[in-house]
Design a protein. Structure first.
Length: 396
């Protein structure tokens, strides 16, 4: 055999989301782009805040190009990491330093690094909470660990603690949480985080292990109605934060984010070294230099979240009025909707007949639901209601 069967398999199969997006492009060529309602991707549509382009211009005009585009330290520029630490401390009342941060190429890399850094043998397990970002399984299995999933709690899309408790074992290395959540739009309440922290502390003590929380937070700043997103390190010491500027600064193509390793985590200096080691082993060293430097002047800036809120309100109200059962998102930019038949794959296929591209949540561990991404043009949302209505009438 010439190539790895598992890597071949991953590389030759597109994700359901990508498949739908590609299908949309083909359909647009046939029926016209204005007649295809593509709600498939989570690609930010709000422009990056002005500070991003201003800083790119300033840096390219004033800084010598060798330094600007050269390799940074493997873990990232000290100036960038200091700026991130200071921003986090100011915002959350924490006391991080530059050396708690490892710069990466986005949350995907941050997660892969954490799983790799914590995996010690093939029995190690990571638990995800459904609905979950499907790439978690890819990253966890690539790290050589086992993937386990807690079924969804569909009332408020928080955590089914009874199910989670039943899954924790002496092999559990970490529990992955993602709040604000892709795909449900739920934000985990402080009560949920406290309960999770208590359960994992109790179980770690019982097993004589350390069960980590891996907090995947690319949507932290995209929240509505003043909802608060608890900062997990304040509730639980053994936490690793995976952050990305893909969504908050609308920079998904630039690939910039970080892993945060708090001092309070067990063996924190060894843990940080293992994070750096995993970064090295996976080739995630020296995150993009230009964007590390841009970040320094953009701490706390975001794209205009009110535009997502406008879309959320428009879509939620429009679909609810037609009769769809929708979960009101508190954050991120996805509307989670009950499919009109049990088989959400079939429902998503049926929606294609109306040129509505909505993603079945079966792949997110939550069959019976669909994800409708509303980081799209407001105008497309308005034009899509007729198609949503026709789809509804096919069932009711
Ligand atoms: N985690 C979640 C929940 C996401 O939705 C995404 C991207 O959509 C990622 C991680 C990966 O983000 P990045 O672009 O920073 O790699």
């Amino acid at each position: 055999m010439i190539v790895s069967e598992s890597m071949y398999d991953l590389g030759s199969r597109r994700s359901v989301i990508r498949d739908l997006f590609e299908y949309g492009k083909q359909r647009a060529a046939v029926v016209g782009a204005e007649n295809v309602y593509d709600f498939s991707l989570g690609n930010p549509t709000v422009p990056a805040p002005d500070c991003v382009n201003e800083e790119i211009r300033r840096l390219t005009e004033t800084m010598d190009s060798i330094t600007l585009h050269g390799y940074t330290s493997a873990q990232g520029d000290a100036e960038t990491r200091t700026a991130v630490a200071e921003y986090l401390n100011k915002t959350h009342g924490t006391s991080f330093k530059a050396d708690n941060l490892y710069m990466t190429v986005g949350a995907a890399a941050s997660l892969s690094i954490c799983f790799r850094a914590l995996t010690t043998c093939a029995e190690d397990e990571f638990i995800v909470i459904a609905p979950f970002f499907p790439e978690y399984r890819v990253f966890i299995e690539a790290a050589g660990a086992k993937f386990k999933m807690v079924p969804p709690e569909t009332k408020g899309f928080q955590i089914d603690f009874a199910a989670l408790e039943g899954m924790l074992t002496e092999h559990t290395k970490g529990v992955v949480i993602n709040s604000p959540n892709n795909p449900s739009g739920a934000v985990y309440s402080e009560e949920t985080i406290k309960k999770l922290a208590q359960l994992l502390s109790d179980k770690s003590r019982e097993f004589g292990t350390h069960i980590f929380i891996i907090a995947d937070e690319p949507y932290r700043e995209i929240v509505y109605d003043g909802v608060q997103v608890p900062y997990v390190t304040k509730y639980y010491d053994d936490t690793l934060v995976c952050y990305s500027y893909s969504k908050s600064l609308s920079l998904p193509g630039e690939r910039i984010g970080y892993v945060l390793v708090p001092d309070e985590a067990c063996e924190s200096s060894r843990l940080y070294a293992a994070v750096a080691g995993a970064g090295r082993a996976l080739g995630y060293v020296c995150a993009p230099s230009l964007f590390q430097k841009v970040l320094v002047s953009c701490m706390g800036a975001t794209g205009d979240v009110s535009l997502y809120q406008k879309n959320r309100d428009l879509l939620y109200e429009g679909l609810t009025k037609i009769g769809y059962e929708c979960f009101l998102p508190q954050g991120a930019f996805y509307l989670f909707v009950k499919a009109l038949e049990e088989d959400s794959d079939a429902f998503s296929e049926k929606a294609k007949e109306e040129d509505l591209l909505i993603v079945s949540a079966a792949g997110f561990g939550c069959p019976g639901y669909v994800r409708i991404s509303y980081c799209v043009d407001e105008d497309m949302i308005r034009r899509s209601f007729g198609a949503f209505e026709r789809l509804y009438r096919k069932y009711r």
